[in-house]
Ligand binder design. Structure first.
Ligand code: ADP
Length: 171
């Protein structure tokens, strides 16, 4: 929390395609570490996404409606610059398995080099969600599996609808 009357702003960046309960757990925990938490959807032209940035922002806004100190935004360009522009002192990221570590370390070190005043903070994934990723949720939904408990019901519904739209026509 703030020590010298400057509110601590933290940025939680990601793709959130779609947001999962793992993300939401991190948001809840992060909201207790900062005065203001900004969940920021990365506009990444290179990655093919299932949901548009606007849809992801909307899903996140619905999911965090109960947290008064959490806001949702989107950004492009360098995360370090965005964090600096928003006056953030912290970047929040999650670590699930050892496999997350190397990429996260590389990114944190580069962001520190670019903006030394912004610190990256890692939270360990909750046990129940440590295997959970947006990618696996999409895969399970595509194959007709049940994702109840892994994403909020409203997001599960959107996934089903999007899947139905995307299903190729029968020959
Ligand atoms: P990116 O494309 O930046 O990896 P993601 O939306 O996949 O975006 O993830 C954003 C952040 O949330 C990353 O730090 C990732 O490690 C973390 N994260 C993703 N899923 C979980 C989970 N189940 N539990 C905890 N953290 C998670």
């Amino acid at each position: 929390m703030s020590t010298n009357h400057h509110p601590v702003v933290a940025i939680y960046p990601g793709s959130f395609d779609p947001p999962t309960n793992g993300h939401l757990d991190l948001i809840f925990r992060g909201s207790r570490l900062a005065d203001q938490l900004v969940v920021a959807v990365l506009r990444n032209e290179e990655k093919r996404a299932l949901f548009s940035v606007e849809e992801r922002v909307e899903m996140l806004r619905e999911a965090v409606a109960g947290y008064p100190n959490v806001t949702v935004d989107s950004f492009d360009g360098l995360l370090a610059d965005y964090a600096f522009r928003r006056g953030a002192r912290l970047i929040l990221r999650g670590i699930r398995a050892v496999s997350d570590y190397e990429f996260e370390l590389q990114m944190a070190l580069m962001n520190r080099r670019l903006r030394p005043e912004v610190e990256t903070v890692f939270l360990m994934a909750a046990e129940a969600y440590s295997f959970l990723s947006s990618r696996i949720v999409k895969e399970v939904i595509r194959l007709g599996g049940n994702v109840q408990g892994l994403v909020p019901p409203a997001i599960e519904e959107r996934l089903r609808r999007r899947l139905a739209e995307n299903r190729p026509a029968r020959p």
